[in-house]
Write a protein that binds this ligand. Structure first.
Ligand SMILES: [Zn+2]
Length: 238
């Protein structure tokens, strides 16, 4: 799926190498973690023990999110509507994506989040086009309602750490073109596998801690308005 229409061919104005910008959605491109806020609203604290299991590496983040979504009993429209209503684009995001488009670099969002909700946010905010690989919300009940499960994007692959068909690192390997410089943007445990393969990672929250612990090449992600200056400074030193 491409939001809202196909991006042009990659042809960098600044770099001799084309660039792939690999973006997480929830908590990275949004000001807060919409999934957690919406889970809390619909299921109370019941989502938290699963989150603790995943944080302690006793459960894959994919299984964790699938089981958390499975706890929700709200009608589909109400669930999607809440996810869209909570989403506020991160500071500088629209200008960052516009610059990306002007530089004719390639951007992809790879997310376990719900495609329906992300597409609705893009449309509401009139954000520049980005290729989107996200989850389908599968509802086993009437009108696509609960019980829910997630059908993760086919672009995700297998990994001992992330689980079967749940690794964003495998997605990065299948999406990147030979010779591309890869920038990864993320905040969570599921972003660590792609960060390990990135040339440069912009991280906040849990991912920032993991990047620091592993000695990866990374920069803190605060405001997207500062990203291009950081990328240009990094590229100039290479
Ligand atoms: Zn993985």
């Amino acid at each position: 799926m491409i939001l809202p229409d196909a991006a042009g061919p990659a042809a960098s104005l600044v770099y001799t190498r084309a660039m792939l910008v690999f973006l997480d959605y929830d908590g990275t491109m949004t000001t807060h973690e919409c999934n957690k806020i919406v889970l809390q609203r619909f299921v109370g604290d019941a989502w938290r023990p699963l989150e603790d299991e995943a944080k302690a590496d006793r459960m894959s983040h994919a299984e964790c999110f699938d089981r958390q979504i499975g706890l929700i009993q709200a009608p589909r429209e109400e669930l999607i509507g809440a996810l869209v209503a909570e989403a506020e684009p991160a500071p500088g995001l629209a200008a960052f994506l516009a610059e990306l488009e002007a530089r004719r670099e390639r951007a992809v969002i790879v997310s376990a989040g719900l495609q329906e909700a992300i597409a609705a946010v893009w449309s509401r905010e009139k954000l520049p086009p980005v290729e989107l690989h996200a989850s389908e919300l599968v509802g086993g009940g009437p009108e696509g309602g609960p019980p829910y499960r997630l059908a993760f994007s086919d672009v995700l692959g297998d990994c001992p750490r992330c689980g079967p068909r749940a690794c964003k690192g495998a997605a990065l390997r299948s999406l990147r073109r030979p010779g591309e410089t890869v920038l990864v943007f993320g905040d969570g445990a599921s972003d660590l596998c792609p960060a390990r393969e990135a040339d440069l990672t912009f991280a906040r929250s849990h991912l920032a801690e993991r990047c620091a612990a592993e000695g990866l090449e990374w920069r803190p992600l605060a405001d997207f308005a500062t990203v291009w200056a950081a990328v240009d400074a990094w590229a100039a030193r290479r």
